[in-house]
Design a protein around this ligand. Sequence first.
Ligand code: AMP
Length: 417
Amino acid sequence: MNIDNFNFAGLKALVRVDFNVPLDENGKITDDTRIRGALPTLKKILADGGSLIIMSHMGKPKGKVNPKMSLSQIKDAVAKALDTTVEFAPDAADAAAAAAALKPGEVLLLENLRFHAEEEGKPVGIEKDAPEYEAAKKEMKERQKEFSKKLASYADVYVNDAFGTAHRRHASTAVVADYFDSDHKMLGYLMEKEVKAVDNILSDIKRPFTAIMGGSKVSTKIGIIENLMDKVDNLILCGGMTYTFAKAMGGSVGTSICENDKLDLALDIMKKAKEKGVNLVLGIDCIAGDAFSNDANTQVCSVKAIPDGWEGLDAGPETRVLFANAIKGAKTILWNGPAGVFEFDNFAAGSRAVADAIVEATENGAFSLVGGGDSVACVNKFGLADKVSYVSTGGGALLEAIEGKILPGIAAIRGEK
Ligand code: AMP
């Protein structure tokens, strides 16, 4: 079922969006990208003459009500974005009457789904290795079904437009779909776009394909790194993981972020890249600081010879050229994770060099996909978001999709388990 050719007139649509927007200490939205991202779907349903029941999570309240993560804080922003009034249901599990009262064109926003432990479906407050965990998990799965059924009862049709949580089998992202007929559940526009972008990377690869993986740790990216090794021509590994590789090769990395228990893994990645004929590009020099601060004193040094008391915080000048060269000639590009501590202006040059090279390659016809919270923040910071082919809203979901995993949120719509 496709959102474009479905007519929502007179129907109530339960729409899962990702309104997990960042708020400042006064509860004011600091970046409304996610709200804007869902607008095409929400507006289409209203324009057809349907009504909306919008549901989302915010933060990690772990099954408890937490006013700091209340979606009531974003109600007015949603109303403004949709140019209409929005009713608020203060308990997602007790909104039947409010949903039933909705008339065509009206909007109901449900409170943070994760105020209910049933949303994530994980037992709260019981350690995974505790003897009672398995029984508690089983019971919670039953409660999750009941919660999903309740949500489903509010509406005639279900639309999932939350790519960021599509890799989770939560009540609102997947289980709820079981309670709608196959012709009454579908992906929203944003989801469709995300799926298409991943398809572009996976199915029709124009070569050379360069992937840039950065961020803080090797351990959280190992799945995708190993998977990409079968697909890419050039693999740039940058950011904090540089120093795990440098140390594995016998270097001294000072106080740089380094996973000492992953040194063998780093050597293994290098070996595999060689075996598979992948050009693995690692930093050679870095900008080291004498503190984790924008105002730290700096020096350029080899990634393998960082003095004691100093830490590598950004890619050095030679490395930036190396990275740019591996990117500029590419025809397919995937970027996940910054090349340095880009949040500090003085350590943003590495990420900026990566972003600039991606923009140049895109201008020359490459398809470039940037995904994951921090790389998206990077291209936004540099004002380059509209100069790459696609900026994904998904972090974990994007990586899992590129690893080739079936995302539960998408499988549920398609009736797969
Ligand atoms: P991740 O969540 O693993 O994608 O990591 C993103 C974070 O990695 C960003 O907040 C960056 O500031 C950080 N990062 C990048 N390079 C370094 C580095 N050399 N040292 C410490 N943190 C880094």
